[in-house]
Design a protein around this ligand. Structure first.
Ligand code: GMT
Length: 380
């Protein structure tokens, strides 16, 4: 198949999933065309089957806001026409599903029928999409997609409760390429970040409010009182300065390392003993899955789709949002006993195996095939 993928090219989970999906589809023989405003950060492999088309929004003094949807929908039309793209898969409803719908209408006037698959990722529904200023457009775009998927059962439930949805939503969980993590483990040197007697606790995110970085730091403070440890914070975003101030106030400057935004998540995770995720909500929590793929147990909140990913008492522990005491207790339970730590590490990996790329990506291929079949029946 010739598949177009529209996504955000940044470090966010939806862009990572879209990129990894495109890479895997290309390995499985499909021709993949990424259409977005920058080269996706994880798009590090080019082969005959991978193409990247940049969406450029020309500057004009009249525009208070740049009309990205306009440029994107125009670019999609050109690329579909030129490369004979069979199906378009958009990741994150805003504004991608909306722009895709416009492209579909424009292409119709040229006698081309372009089926659209929309994948809902989380904040496009829970934080942004359901805002009254966007709701009508998001609901319309979902209902006018040819197929809709969501990354967890919980996100599907939220979507059905926030919007009046007429389409069937198929849950296809996020995935990891386990081979990538197995390979990194061969040269994993933890002495670069911590002393021999220190445990390593890690958190990775875009440092937005929803990630509750202060809960991560406050629970680390409690853990560190009982277990000599280091906290590694990977990522960057609006809450970083506040987080640095908190570490200063708690006298943790020697104990917390801010590594900034980086592509090296697998290298950091391979040094880690426990991963902490304190989010108010996560539709899935891809980063928790990446931690488990590196055999790192996850201490997380129990919100959103996290219980579908992290098994309480098996691959880690779950607790209520904001309950930093339980979070710290759970991390200590795992860290204080080396047999327990080994067990949790093994279980984390076992749990990650369920989400292996080779098990999940065929579900997307099935959806593409079914949508194309439906489309060709309609065309007859
Ligand atoms: O919250 C983020 O880290 C970014 C956000 C995004 O839009 O890329 O992530 C969302 O999509 C990811 C991939 O499906 C999920 O793993 C994240 O849980 C989800 N974030 C939220 O729901 C807050």
């Amino acid at each position: 198949m010739i598949i177009g993928i529209v996504c955000y090219p940044t470090y966010g989970g939806s862009g990572v999933v879209a990129t990894e999906l495109g890479l895997e589809l290309s390995k499985r023989g499909h021709e993949v065309h990424f259409i977005t405003y920058n080269q996706p950060v994880k798009l590090n492999l080019f082969n005959n089957n991978i193409h990247y088309h940049e969406v450029i929004v020309p500057d004009y003094p009249l525009f208070h806001y740049q009309p990205y949807e306009l440029a994107l929908s125009s670019k999609i039309v050109d690329m579909v026409d030129l490369h004979k793209i069979d199906i378009l898969h958009v990741h994150y409803a805003i504004p991608h599903a909306y722009a895709a719908y416009m492209s579909k209408q424009m292409l119709k006037t040229r006698g081309i029928n372009l089926p659209i698959v929309t994948t809902l990722h989380g904040t496009d529904i829970t934080l942004v999409g359901s805002h009254p200023f966007y709701k009508n457009a998001v609901e319309f775009s979902i209902n006018n997609s040819d197929a809709v998927t969501s990354v967890s059962e919980d996100l599907k439930k939220d979507t059905l409760s926030f919007f009046d949805i007429k389409k069937n939503i198929q849950v296809i969980p996020n995935f990891v390429d386990l081979d990538k993590y197995n390979h990194v483990h061969e040269n994993c040197d933890r002495s670069v970040l911590a002393d021999d007697d220190e445990k390593i606790i890690t958190h990775i995110s875009n440092f937005r409010k929803v990630k509750r970085i202060d809960d991560v730091i406050n629970s680390f403070n409690l853990i560190n009182k009982q277990i000599n440890s280091k906290l590694i914070l990977l990522g960057d975003g609006p809450e970083r300065i506040k987080a640095e101030k908190l570490c200063d106030e708690l006298n943790l400057n020697e104990k917390v390392l801010f590594l900034g935004a980086s592509n090296e998540t697998a290298k950091i995770l391979c040094l880690s003993d426990v991963f902490v995720l304190a989010s108010t909500t996560e539709s899935f929590g891809l980063v928790a899955l990446e931690a488990m793929a590196s055999s790192v147990p996850v201490v997380s909140t129990n919100s959103g789709g996290l219980p579908e990913v992290n098994m309480d008492g098996f691959s880690g522990y779950l607790s209520n949002v904001g309950d930093i005491n339980t979070m710290a207790k759970n991390a200590i339970k795992i860290l204080k006993d080396s047999d327990k730590l080994i067990n949790f590490k093994r279980n984390a990996k076992l749990q990650a195996n369920k989400f292996d790329v080779h098990n999940i990506v065929p579900n997307y291929e099935d959806i593409y095939k079914r949508t194309l079949e439906k489309q060709s029946k309609k065309d007859l």
